[in-house]
Design a protein around this ligand. Sequence first.
Ligand code: MIC
Ligand code: SF4
Length: 643
Amino acid sequence: MGMNVAQKLIRSHLLEGEMIPGKDIALKIDQTLTQDATGTMAYLEFEAMGVPRVRTELSVAYIDHNTLQTGFENADDHRFIQSCAKKRGLRFSRPGNGICHQVHLERFGKPGKTLIGSDSHTPTGGGIGMLAMGAGGLDVAVAMGGGAYHITMPGVTLVRLTGALSPWVSAKDVILEVLRRLTVKGGVGRIIEYGGPGIASLTVPERATITNMGAELGATTSVFPSDDVTRAFLKAQNREADWTELLPDADAAYDDTVEIELSTLEPLAACPHMPDNIKSVREIGPIQVSQVCIGSCTNSSLQDLLKVAAILKNKTAHPDVSLSIAPGSKQVLTMLARCGALADLISSGARILEAACGPCIGMGQSPSSGGVSLRSFNRNFEGRSGTADAQVYLVSPETAAAAAITGVFTDPRELGDAPAIRLPEAYHIDDGMIELPASPEEAEGVEILYGPNIKPFPTSGPLPETIKAKTVLKVGDHITTDHIMPAGAKILPYRSNIPYLSKFCFAQCDPDFAEHCREAGRGIIIGGANYGQGSSREHAALVPLYLGIKAVVTKSFARIHCANLVNAGILPFTFTDAADYDKIDAGDELALENIRAAISKASPIWLKNITKNESYALSCELSQRQREILLAGGLLRFTRERG
Ligand code: MIC
Ligand code: SF4
């Protein structure tokens, strides 16, 4: 039987395992990327591994998240990452050069290659036929050292596109429609592959919007074939030599199929506070808007911002709307400036931000109290914007720009003719902000520059025989990593200072969580379904580890967070019978007995509730390697022991 694109990418990188959905597989990783909010930890871990130089085809360290410098911390972290990159053989994308996913797509991504990145939106690279996946910092550090990346072989869902988008309807509306149908956990254990005659009408930036926000489905990744559209994009980036064709076989099979006729789509929005809470803009009606933010790795391409500039041309943002625009990269910003579109944006009153993540991660532009903010971003989790009671809607750049003019939610189709945008035959190429590493000889003399904000990170010891601990927290379904370890301008500067970060752990769910953990000495967390969705930040595992969390027992986990827990040495179990979740209360004394033996022999595991004198069967869907990692006390110890 023929193969689909996802299977071809996996087959060509398979180091261990069988390509049977659900089985553990090990993949060779060609490229890695990090950003600064997760990168400091990834490089500290890489240093702890003692590997002198990266062993990938290409590794890039980007600075794009922590760009607001209200103290020395972020600047010190940038300098630390820059010195690591220089010494260890990575390219360094300087602050101002753009958002990692946008720049990687423009300048480095290659069809047919594998990429892992310490950021959950790494699947953006799937827009040009890469197998690009988000991972925890330690997994990226291991891959930089030449190690394999271990995942569960996913099933492959085909999203078959037919027809073409109507005017004013865009790629963002396609992924919002997929989210509406599949929900934020519908992609778990799957790769979402796009195909069908409709894909020919989608440009690479449009495809990248779709694969980028596929992260919100919980999918392992999303991918488009590499075809003539991909070739044209790479040619315009002066990289035609990087193109290879990658198409599904004519008789390729898929585990399931979703059909979308593009012409039937209309402008959509993800309503507060989940990316799958989808309504049509029409249905939402003309509610008042106080802020519009355009940008983020989902919608900050030249194509997006040319459209926005055309919509805003000769208009002024509504007096009640604060409009900000963050271009995705220096390339995008330079080209907007050269063609005059930047002047149109500036004259409209848009507050032009640097080419970085900015408001998407709460680095500034927090909305007013209770404010309605329309954003072209990918996540609208409660509080993520920095304003606890803000109402954040995720929309296309077109819908965002329409509201910026009218001051209310507006279906952009009411604005008349849609702007006609032509993509350039050739992008402006200037890689001057990418610093090359030192040669192996020169590298010896390069010093790694640690700032005073960099503190040692916690590690766990070998797994004990028995764990007795209190339920220090019980939470419901869909807990995101933003709940576990919030981000934002005030906290992000401490991503290399776990003791300080620990004060904010779970603050939204229980403001005294850190205090309770300290009093209890050690603890177990009880969670609902899809626990740990969202970001790849391993801080959501390292901080709980620091606070003494030994196990997390849930109805189900999000993929990357579950792997991060194992890497940190925290036990991730699920209830065999989800109804047992209801039987445990916060404060209950729990015990896991003979747990070492159970993990090593893969024998049944029971959670004893000492307070209630009950026991519950637990499931442990871990690979043999993950069991060994847990026995060793985390991936770092495991890697050191195995060399
Ligand atoms: C995000 O969008 O939540 C982030 C910030 O990019 C994270 C990474 C991080 O927490 O640093 C992600 O998506 O992985
Ligand atoms: Fe940056 Fe936002 Fe993209 Fe995360 S989702 S990488 S914070 S732009």
